[in-house]
Design a protein around this ligand. Structure first.
Ligand SMILES: *[C@@H]1O[C@H](CO)[C@@H](O)[C@H](O)[C@H]1NC(C)=O
Ligand SMILES: *[C@@H]1O[C@H](CO)[C@@H](O)[C@H](O)[C@H]1NC(C)=O
Ligand SMILES: *[C@@H]1O[C@H](CO)[C@@H](O)[C@H](O)[C@H]1NC(C)=O
Ligand SMILES: *[C@@H]1O[C@H](CO)[C@@H](O)[C@H](O)[C@H]1NC(C)=O
Ligand SMILES: *[C@@H]1O[C@H](CO)[C@@H](O)[C@H](O)[C@H]1NC(C)=O
Ligand SMILES: *[C@@H]1O[C@H](CO)[C@@H](O)[C@H](O)[C@H]1NC(C)=O
Ligand SMILES: *[C@@H]1O[C@H](CO)[C@@H](O)[C@H](O)[C@H]1NC(C)=O
Length: 382
């Protein structure tokens, strides 16, 4: 009946670039059986990996089962480790993913810039293994068995070109320190991380995306995230926070805290985030009593997800908010003052999508004046 809400949107300047790349990816998909390994293993922590073909970035799809490795080998004069595939069209990429490797292959070619090692059985990252590579840009180690005590800190220190380091779904217990200063994305979702090494982030001024969901963090100490001047997206969902962590970088635009048991939201929980646009707080056990009436009074907020909580009334939200998700709560009253403090020619809510399904409301219970306030609404789900 209504269009689906853009709940899981990731806004990226390289989006248009990605469209350019589709042609080539589609082509690749037509080879071989195609369906074997795509899915869970290539979700990269839940945020798509957009590729910029103009920078020479390669396909991010696994090549396993798509083309005969012998074909690569026969058609590519460049040296290639026995355990990996080296497609001729991406000479700087090395695909060693999904082949039960217990170790990172040695004698990796010096030319390697994009190294795919996901879906193996790798537990260590020795400092020697990357010594001959100077231009590494991506290191993808999702779905392995990496352990913090076997990740030699010196290994990445010299990789000045490294911009993506992904180790989602591993066995790490802390955020590694000594990450190279140029890093732009760090994805460590679904590990067992309970601590952040002091100074881990001190030099990472260019980091824009940090995924730490599905870990065991209880608190963020002052200084833990210090140095992250450009952080845009921070995912802390599914950790052990009992309050909104303090000491988060003020540059954040997308903050995900779903699946933490939050007892309360104080008036200053989100103070200081002048750019905060997307806030996700679903599955947090939130009740009205613990929510300070001013907590969402932030004019930068565009989207607020409060679904799957224990709310009985609709919290006060700013008139500038555009998407509000309140599905699966226990809401039984609809008061226009939640959205509009006053209604006038210029005083109305900019809400476009409002989800109230799975509550104790029905359409005929809405007060007659709601349309004057929610004047630009496109979809309402009750
Ligand atoms: C992964 O390594 C462990 C030992 O560390 C071994 O028991 C297991 O069989 C290996 N799994 C695969 C798929 O190779
Ligand atoms: C690095 O290059 C040197 C000289 O070519 C070679 O002897 C050594 O084995 C290489 N190391 C690795 C880890 O590939
Ligand atoms: C990093 O670079 C320094 C200086 O060039 C060198 O001494 C050191 O061995 C390098 N470390 C690694 C792990 O390659
Ligand atoms: C951060 O990014 C800027 C702009 O792209 C670049 O000039 C700078 O060298 C980067 N910093 C590091 C430490 O790589
Ligand atoms: C939160 O937990 C639920 C139930 O365990 C799960 O279905 C959902 O994917 C999780 N969401 C996030 C964002 O972690
Ligand atoms: C929200 O905060 C502003 C100041 O930043 C204040 O003027 C305004 O009254 C607050 N709104 C509500 C509904 O309390
Ligand atoms: C709506 O909320 C306002 C402010 O909390 C209150 O004064 C008013 O009585 C409420 N209206 C209804 C119909 O409950």
């Amino acid at each position: 009946m209504y269009q689906t809400a853009g709940k899981h949107r990731w806004i990226s300047p390289s989006f248009s670039m990605a469209l350019l790349c589709c042609g080539l990816l589609m082509l690749l998909c037509c080879f071989g059986s195609g369906s074997a390994t795509v899915g869970e293993d290539v979700d990269y922590g839940g945020i798509p990996l957009w590729i910029n073909r103009l920078l020479g970035e390669p396909s991010v799809l696994s090549l396993q089962g798509r083309m005969d490795p012998a074909w690569f080998r026969a058609n590519n004069p460049l040296a290639c480790p026995q355990q990996c595939d080296c497609p001729i069209q991406w000479p700087t990429a090395l695909y060693c993913d999904h082949r039960s490797l217990a170790d990172i292959p040695d004698q990796l070619p010096d030319r390697t810039q994009y190294l795919f090692l996901q879906g193996n059985n790798i537990s260590s990252l020795p400092s020697s293994v990357l010594t001959n590579i100077t231009g590494l840009r991506w290191l993808i180690l999702d779905n392995n068995k990496l352990q913090s005590d076997k990740l030699e800190l010196a290994s990445l220190q010299n990789q000045s070109q490294l911009c993506y380091f992904f180790a989602n779904h591993n066995h790490l217990t802390s955020v590694p320190s000594a990450l190279p200063a140029g890093l732009k994305q760090l994805r460590l979702a679904h590990n067992q991380i309970s601590s952040i090494n002091p100074k881990a982030f001190q030099k990472l001024q260019n980091l824009t995306l940090l995924l730490l969901q599905g870990n065991r963090l209880q608190t963020i100490k002052e200084g833990d995230l210090k140095g992250l001047l450009r952080l845009n997206l921070l995912d802390l969902s599914g950790n052990l926070f009992s309050t909104v962590p303090k000491h988060l970088p003020p540059s954040i635009q997308q903050l995900y805290l779903s699946n933490n048991s939050l007892s309360a939201l104080d008036d200053d929980s989100f103070v200081g985030f002048l750019n905060l646009k997307y806030l996700r707080l679903s599955h947090c056990g939130l009740q009205n009593l613990g929510i300070h009436p001013q907590v969402f009074n932030s004019s930068s907020l565009v989207e607020l997800d409060l679904s799957y909580n224990k709310l009985t009334t609709i919290p006060t939200v700013p008139t500038t908010l555009q998407n509000l998700y309140l599905e699966a709560n226990q809401i039984q009253e609809f008061n226009v003052t939640s959205f509009c403090r006053e209604v006038g020619p210029l005083s109305y809510s900019r809400m476009k999508i409002l989800r109230l399904d799975g509550n104790k409301l029905s359409y005929h219970l809405l007060p007659p004046d709601w349309v004057f306030c929610l004047r630009v609404l496109r979809s309402i789900y009750i």
